[in-house]
Design a protein around this ligand. Sequence first.
Ligand code: PPS
Length: 307
Amino acid sequence: MALDKMEDLSLNPVVSRAKLMEMEGVAVTQPIYSSYDKVRKFKARPDDLLIATYAKAGTTWTQEIVDMIQQNGDVEKCRRDTTYRRHPFLEWNIQEPPSLRYSGLELADAMPSPRTIKTHLPVQLVPPSFWEQNCKVIYVARNAKDNLVSYYHFHKMNKGLPDPGTWEEFVEKFMTGKVVWGSWYDHVKGWWKAKDKHRILYLFYEDMKENPKQEIKKIVKFLEKDMNEELINKILYNTSFEIMKENPMANYTKEFQGVMDHSISPFMRKGVVGDWKNYFTVAQNEKFDEDYKKKMADTSLVFRTEL
Ligand code: PPS
């Protein structure tokens, strides 16, 4: 049987690890760097919803909750396509190889309203039209240590990202913001400040884990929807980690074949709070905490690292 293109790619991956570039003080990949001028000029529409996060903070989970709400709990409709295509990933673009071609911008431009758009951009790099149009934004933040652990595993399994190096090296890179989308610290703080000026619902991964129903209700309210308890329970069930892990339209097994290797680490990895304890040594943890205090001294933002 002839190998199709995807299989061929996974056997002979032609994707080389991305190079980090610096853009206005923020580390990004080369394709983001080269297309940013166009991204900045993106024309948001007033009824666009932006889901913004630092990478690995719970984006896909939130996207699924939002889609379930927008589709009034219709599971079939939510399986119309992958997360990656239901919600354009604004700044992401891949030119080569052709089988992986993607342009978040093109996808968004071609999409009828109302659109839900994903971004990992720090607040200062978000296209100004989102603010001019007074668009709603859902921002999700996750505590730094779990975010780091998740990002480390994602780097290992995703050849589209730079090589993470060893665990020790990656911790250092994360602490100094030398990772794609830059400093976690600046990201969460920047968006936290912005929420006082714009229509931003700022959520925490830890709250979503502790009381998902309550957080789903917050999103329902923010989206000005009216939903009965039965529908909320349906959304709760279908957006649970266990169900999403098995959902090919949400677990990234249908995209990035040959780039993401789920046998190294699945996209839906653990989905818990506190996994960092399995990775940080005592010394690393002390150093991290000390540095964290300094970097987070100028914000009222508080995270929980365990439940
Ligand atoms: S990405 O690539 O930036 O869009 O990744 P993102 O979706 O932000 O983050 C992936 C992590 O979120 C976990 N996840 C979930 N946790 C709990 N419940 C649900 N439903 C859920 N869906 C995804 C996913 O497992 C990744 O976290 P880790 O810690 O690596 O497991």
